[in-house]
Design a protein around this ligand. Structure first.
Ligand code: SF4
Ligand code: SF4
Length: 292
């Protein structure tokens, strides 16, 4: 089973839920099962701040980008015409490729009659795998500073998960915030997406956008309200009206904020949060069973 944890904006408690849910499940699921937490918020991965494990491997990740070979080019302009992403500029006496715009689609490379646009690996980031204990593993992907496209690294993380897990694994994805391509890529393989929000007007606004995105993707969704107790009950009313299950309400506690700032998990220190995280997992199981 793969559970993605997403939110319409950053700072709603997505990582707190991911880390605490993964830790709790690794202690409670049957012996035969293992839990993999994957931080796909590649521009700012911070799940690792709360997890101290043994580094098992570290790999540099590359993506392929078209590279112009001046010596072979006959200036036919086909490449610039075919590129849907405006990553190639034809300047009459030269061709420019903008690596940050290149989506590695191979179209120009395949079409060039002179083989003047080979695809060359460009470094985009790093992936690290950690073992916390026999039943909890953590995969973190981090984009290099200055690299703008997050989606290719997230796509590689997804492929990595497929290689690592089987039916005896529960995978939890800490997705990037927002509603753009990176989050869509991150939740692609998820069986269910939990949308974390706050009970405030801003929280509701971002939640509605996130719900629309997930509905486009036809993903089963459920909502978790973090900092429950502040703001108002508009989020709950919205969820009720739109038949979106609210499977968790994590209370707004000063103690939780303090533990977060120290990089500590909450389930061992705050019993009411532990109970709420357990309820969230039971809510997921119930929704998954209803879906069968
Ligand atoms: S398609 Fe190939 S030969 Fe034509 S302009 Fe582009 S690089 Fe040059
Ligand atoms: S590989 Fe695709 S996206 Fe990249 S420059 Fe060529 S046509 Fe454009």
């Amino acid at each position: 089973m793969q559970i993605a944890i997403a939110s319409g904006k950053g700072g709603t408690g997505k990582t707190t839920l991911s880390v605490n849910l993964a830790t709790l499940l690794s202690r409670q699921v049957e012996r035969a099962f293992k839990v993999l937490l994957v931080d796909m918020d590649v521009e700012e991965p911070n799940s690792g701040l709360f997890l101290k494990g043994k580094l098992l491997r570290s790999e540099v990740k590359y993506r392929l980008v078209a590279d112009w070979d001046e010596k072979k080019c006959t200036f036919c302009k086909r490449c610039a015409n075919i590129c849907e992403f405006n990553a190639i500029a034809y300047l009459g006496i030269s061709v420019m490729v903008f690596p940050e715009l290149c989506h590695s689609c191979y179209a120009c490379s395949d079409l060039c009659p002179e083989d003047a646009l080979p695809m060359i690996p460009h470094r985009m980031g790093e992936m690290k795998e950690f073992k916390l204990n026999d039943r909890l593993y953590f995969l973190e992907s981090r984009l290099d500073i200055g690299v703008e496209q997050a989606t290719p690294l997230i796509e590689q993380s997804r492929k990595e998960i497929r290689k690592m897990v089987d039916d005896h694994w529960i995978t939890i994805i800490d997705a990037p915030p927002g509603t753009s391509c990176p989050v869509m890529e991150a939740v692609k393989d998820a069986d269910i997406v939990l949308l974390v929000t706050e009970p405030t007007p801003f929280g509701l606004h971002d939640l509605t956008l996130a719900v629309e995105t997930m509905r486009e993707l036809k993903k089963p969704i459920a909502v978790v309200i973090n900092k429950y107790g502040i703001g108002n009950n508009e989020v709950e009313k919205y969820c009720q009206k739109n038949r979106i299950p609210v499977i968790g309400k994590i209370p707004n506690l000063k103690e939780a904020a303090m533990l977060y700032s120290k990089g500590e998990t909450l389930i061992d220190a705050i019993p009411e949060i532990k109970v709420e995280i357990e309820n969230i997992y039971q809510g997921i199981i119930k929704l998954m069973e209803e879906k069968k």
